[in-house]
Design a protein around this ligand. Structure first.
Ligand code: ATP
Ligand code: MG
Ligand code: FE
Length: 354
């Protein structure tokens, strides 16, 4: 089975081709970073127009890389949400058009399901990664812990009550004058810093449940900066504060995941793997903290390679393939869903987060 996937939900335009033998035949990603950088964040209208300008060419390139024609495909998948509506429309329309012309099934993939199932494609074990597993989904828009019990079967154990963790990285980096996007820049800035110099809170640590909160941490970063002498920021201050921020996020994540692991193990005696996915999973410090936690708790640890953590179309093609294999597809009347929770049954958190 060979599937073409398309991702256009945020600021990466991407197309990829994968097979049910877990091969990646084609994989192209065009980042719009330079288009949005002057504005310090993603501008939805600019993003939608850029997707429209580039998607056709990227699909062509992914198919060329794969060395196949459209007639060899068994299905076309596109991110159907959640995300910026303009971009999602561009991807969905393109996928539907290819599916209609070629007479292929179309699959609308939940972007978060793409992040959630990537580990099944990339797991080094010969049989791949089996259900169930525990997933820490940490991205620009989300921070959730989910029990992944099957394709389409996600049970949320915890979520953020305010900011997503990637958002917290981006905001903290902005406060430190590090620019956009903040996550990778903050990680680089933290190298060699003293994480203990600035006092920062560990929101939710030790509390019952598996929810997160990051807005207090961001406020604390602003307060520590305000307490510094006026004038331009000293690089050493930024280094220590960035290291402190990362350590605080790491402590919270380890605490929340440890609780989730205990609960998961009680409910799923056969599950033994902790997977981390989403853009923040590219952070090496956090990966190391989670690796150590998994080892301590007797879990396997699995994180997709860096380039498959941030947004890409391989994950969309793969999630579409998983659905097609189960005989599932969507009608050409599918309407993009800017909001689309992975676990619709999950209770709303106390705060504003989803
Ligand atoms: P969502 O998947 O929730 O819809 P998104 O697609 O915008 O959101 P991703 O592309 O998965 O999010 O991840 C982007 C986020 O990951 C950004 O907030 C970015 O700062 C963060 N990020 C990327 N690399 C790193 C890193 N090395 N350290 C910390 N954060 C990082
Ligand atoms: Mg992005
Ligand atoms: Fe994403």
């Amino acid at each position: 089975m060979i599937v073409l996937g398309i991702e256009t939900s945020c600021d990466e335009t991407a197309a990829a081709v994968v097979t049910d033998r877990r091969e990646i035949l084609g994989d192209v990603v065009l980042s719009q970073l330079s288009d949005h950088r002057p504005y310090g964040g993603v501008v939805p209208e600019i993003a939608a127009r850029a997707h429209l300008d580039h998607l056709d060419g990227l699909v062509r390139r992914a198919m060329d890389e794969a060395g196949i024609g459209f007639d060899r495909l068994d299905g076309v998948a596109a991110t159907g949400g959640p995300g910026l509506i303009g971009g999602v429309i561009v991807g969905v329309m393109t996928a539907k058009a290819i599916a209609a012309v070629q007479g292929l099934p179309f699959v609308a993939v939940n972007h978060l399901e793409g992040h959630a199932l990537t580990a099944r494609l990339t797991d080094p074990a010969p049989e791949g990664l089996a259900f169930p597993y525990l997933l820490l989904l940490v991205s620009g828009g989300h921070c959730q812990i989910l029990a992944v019990e099957g394709v389409g079967r996600y049970r949320r154990l915890g979520t953020t009550i305010d900011d997503a963790v990637g958002e917290a990285f981006d905001k903290a980096a902005k406060l430190m004058g590090l620019g956009y996007p903040g996550g990778p820049l903050l990680e680089r800035a933290a190298e060699g810093g003293d994480p203990a110099r600035f006092e920062l809170p560990r929101p939710m640590k030790g509390r019952p449940g598996c929810d997160f909160s990051f807005s207090g941490l961001k406020t604390a970063v602003r307060n520590r900066l305000d307490e510094l002498p006026p004038g331009p920021l000293d690089p050493a201050d930024v280094r220590d504060l960035a290291a402190g921020f990362q350590a605080a996020v790491g402590d919270v994540m380890v605490d929340r995941c440890a609780r989730a692991m205990a609960r998961f193990r009680a409910e799923h005696p056969t599950g033994d793997t902790l997977v981390v996915a989403g853009g923040v999973a590219a952070n090496k410090y956090l990966r190391a903290r989670l690796t150590a936690l998994a080892e301590k708790q007797g879990f396997r640890f699995q994180a997709p390679p860096m380039r498959l953590c941030t947004d890409n179309a391989v994950m969309i093609a793969w999630a579409g393939l998983e659905r097609l294999r189960l005989g599932q597809s969507d009608g050409l009347d599918f309407a993009p869903r800017p909001r689309w929770p992975l676990d619709p049954a999950a209770r709303k958190p106390e705060g504003k987060g989803a």
